[in-house]
Design a protein around this ligand. Sequence first.
Ligand code: FAD
Length: 530
Amino acid sequence: MDALVIGGGITGAGIALDMASRGLRVCLIDKQDFAGGTSSRSTKLIHGGLRYLKQLEFGLVKEVGRERNIVYKNAPHLVTPEYMLLPIIEKGSLSKLLASIALYIYERLAGVKPAESRRMLSKSETETQEPLLDKEILKGGALYFEYRTDDARLVIEVLKTANSYGALCINYASATDFIYENNIVKGVLIKDHLNNKEHTIKAKYCINAAGPWVDELREKDHSLKGKRLHHTKGVHLVVPHSRLPIKQSVYFDSPDGRMIFAIPRAGTTYIGTTDTEYKGPLENPLVSKQDVDYLLNAVNKLFPTVNLVTADINSSWAGLRPLIHQDGKSPSELSRKDEIFIAPSGLISIAGGKLTGYRMMAKRITDLVMKQLVKDEKIAFKECITHTTSISGGEFSLAHSLEDFIEQMTLNAKTIGANKAQVVALVSKYGSHTDTIIKKAITYFSEGISAEKSIILAEIKYAIKYEMVITLSDFLIRRTGRLFFERETLAESVPIVLEEMAGILKWSDSEKQKNRDDFQVEFLKVVEFR
Ligand code: FAD
């Protein structure tokens, strides 16, 4: 192998794609499912980071803002541009003038297209735009574009693209130790959690893209010196849209001066995020009662007729930001910039950054490794091509646009009586692969299975064959997001999914039970707050 990447979140996935598409032999491992860490627990925005202007992070805003357009172009099925409303309120963090200046600078830096430029609103226009806002404190507002995504699906589609260039991607395999030759890291000892076997993988370069676990691996390499990670926790809550029926996404002031998103999605509205110090176990951070109170309080202050209570919460998630520590800075003040650490052993670690900026992070790492290979092995340097590489499922063109594809799929899906909304939901997960899923669903339907069930069976088949789904939770949490956005339907669908997966994957009774039990823990956890 030329390179071994540890970590199958967005950072590792991006690196595997960049390396493989430049002809390097690369293997990626993740100790959990792909996107099992922070990359399935973000705010799910591909964004330019308006709020980083406050910290004068102009370089970051410029880079992620421009990257946003590239992710949109390469993965249009996973990225939905939408207006975000920024209400301007009394004693809020932005006055009308400041909001207008901030958005102007943001749009220049981020290279925002003219068609997507901001619209400043009067008080009455803002009230019409969002009637639920507190009219007593409202002074006006602004509309600007943010891009919604599905973080875990972005990871899996980037990995599938990497795989199409030859990258070997393995989930449920931990890097347990490094292998050295003359004190230089030349591989990794791996534990395969599916069969408890150990293996070694040798590689010229090892990349530590382990997100919140980056320092654990640096520690193993005895190179944890100087800069360290600073973990902060971010929580999101999901409520039925009918309980917070906002007309579009809103980015608003919380009483402590931080900014919070409320984002409608698939019959729900999700609210987040918090940003608090975190010292607990890195696996599965929990949502506390305090997190819930903080977010509900912020919503109830700005939307005074809504009166959200804990019992309204349908689902939730908590993620850890792998930020770089800076003395004296509070969680929200810590930079979101990525940094690369090169250890004396040659271990290359990368941490910090944003989902949105994954491609440039990957480019920096791949350039570094490529330059070294050019020096050591006299190979020709290959330039990065990922700015023009379609992400799996995103292969649309002007001649055959995403919209045309949706129309075509809607026609095909009529055979099973599925409507356009169901097709759009599939396309926003699987993009052009929806064709494979609908074809399979038609086969199931012709065997007398209902339309709804045919679609879910086809998704399972696809997820096992093409997306390395191993457990019930992989399918229901990371490949389809059902635990977050369709939890109320799970009582009906879980037995179907369990039976089908057990049949395809030939689970024994105890394996089936374990899958059921493990998912049940996740199912309860998202509405239990301590
Ligand atoms: P992870 O996704 O955590 O991936 C690391 C992987 O390494 C894990 O899957 C883990 O299992 C694996 N691993 C660890 N140790 C080992 C080992 N020993 N062997 C094998 N594998 C190992 N960014 C945006 O652009 N937009 C947003 O809206 C946004 N919102 C956010 C909201 C919150 C609450 C948080 C916490 C972050 C948000 N971010 C956002 C930032 C973004 O989510 C992260 O920067 C990004 O997901 C980090 O990805 P990663 O691959 O570095 O880490």
